[in-house]
Write a protein that binds this ligand. Structure first.
Ligand SMILES: [Zn+2]
Length: 148
């Protein structure tokens, strides 16, 4: 089970495994109050040359493994949500990609967003792609995920 937590990646990167994670108050599945540390998951993020250890927890009662992920990132994405949105924003506003960025990755995001809009909101959606991005966010979906 993944829980998004408000953390500063830079701080975790600096401290590594010495970073003091806040233990979950209870197991999200069975609500047992004792959750144990369960190692780390090394995860790569854009802008950091080495992996960042993200804390995992395990519930002794139901066996649920809880993985922490930074709130600033979608699951399985190395680029912060804010950056993805602002890159798509400049592409849609100015008609070209901002310089100094991995264009093919951003192209995937844009195609995925367009596909999701058609699949979920239909061809008649008039709100524009950025409004759709924000709409999917509010729905708890990943706007640029390849799976619809
Ligand atoms: Zn549990």
């Amino acid at each position: 089970m993944i829980i998004h937590v408000a953390v500063t990646l830079k701080e975790i990167f600096r401290l590594g495994r010495n970073y003091r994670w806040q233990r979950p108050k209870c197991c999200p599945r069975c609500h047992c109050f004792k959750v144990w540390g369960h190692g780390y998951h090394d995860t790569f993020f854009e802008g950091y040359e080495s992996a960042i250890p993200l804390k995992r927890w395990r519930c002794p009662q139901c066996g649920c493994v809880i993985c922490y992920r930074p709130k600033s990132h979608f699951c399985r994405f190395q680029t912060p949500i804010k950056t993805i949105r602002s890159i798509l924003f400049s592409r849609l506003q100015c008609g070209r990609w901002p310089s100094g960025f991995v264009r093919c990755r951003a192209g995937h995001w844009l195609r995925s967003l367009k596909r999701r809009v058609v699949a979920r909101l239909g061809n008649t959606w008039q709100g524009g792609l950025l409004a759709a991005f924000d709409y999917f966010m509010r729905q708890g979906q990943i706007p640029v995920s390849r799976s619809i």
